[in-house]
Design a protein around this ligand. Structure first.
Ligand SMILES: N[C@@H](CCC(=O)N[C@@H](CS)C(=O)NCC(=O)O)C(=O)O
Length: 154
């Protein structure tokens, strides 16, 4: 069944793949599943029709028959659980892979999003220049920890 995902109609990154629909598109491409993309205008995202799919009025969403999902991590996990190729078969290896999915979304991504938000909406604040190095340091530390664990692994 062809699923439908939502993405920004006019993306802040001008369609260069930095919005969170990219990870869903990537997962679908990896498992070779066809999908449609419905582009949503900012003005539509906070209206009831879209909020019925996404309580926070955001993208991406995912519709497949009568199943509607939001949260990019949950969508990617759903795709990975239903199609071979993204998660290992071994139960422990699978649990470790899912742990890393949570780590990516819950531990690695937040400081990076914090920088994005600072640059987009805090630039005109008097404290912006003072706060910026703190935000950047948190990213550097977190990526350093990630790099230390990954080492030369794939
Ligand atoms: N935790 C959510 C975050 C979704 C999210 O922040 N989406 C952004 C685009 S990448 C969005 O729709 N921003 C517009 C808004 O929040 O109004 C996920 O991973 O799907």
């Amino acid at each position: 069944m062809t699923s439908t995902i939502t993405a920004f109609e006019s993306s802040p990154d001008r369609g260069r793949g930095l919005a969170r629909d990219m990870r869903v598109r990537w997962a679908l491409e990896e498992v070779g599943q066809p999908y449609d993309v419905r582009l949503v205008a900012f003005s539509e995202m906070k209206k009831p029709a879209h909020r019925a799919l996404h309580p926070f009025g955001q993208i991406p969403t995912y519709e497949e028959g009568d199943l509607a999902l939001f949260e990019s991590g949950s969508i990617v996990l759903h795709i990975a659980e239903r199609h071979a190729g993204l998660l290992p078969d071994d139960a422990n290896a699978r649990a470790r892979a899912i742990t890393w999915m949570f780590a990516a979304l819950g531990t690695v991504e937040p400081p990076i999003v914090d920088l994005e938000i600072a640059r987009l909406v805090e630039r005109d604040k008097t404290w912006f220049e003072q706060r910026l190095p703190l935000v950047e340091d948190r990213i550097r530390n977190r990526l350093g920890e990630l790099s230390a664990r990954l080492g030369n692994a794939d």
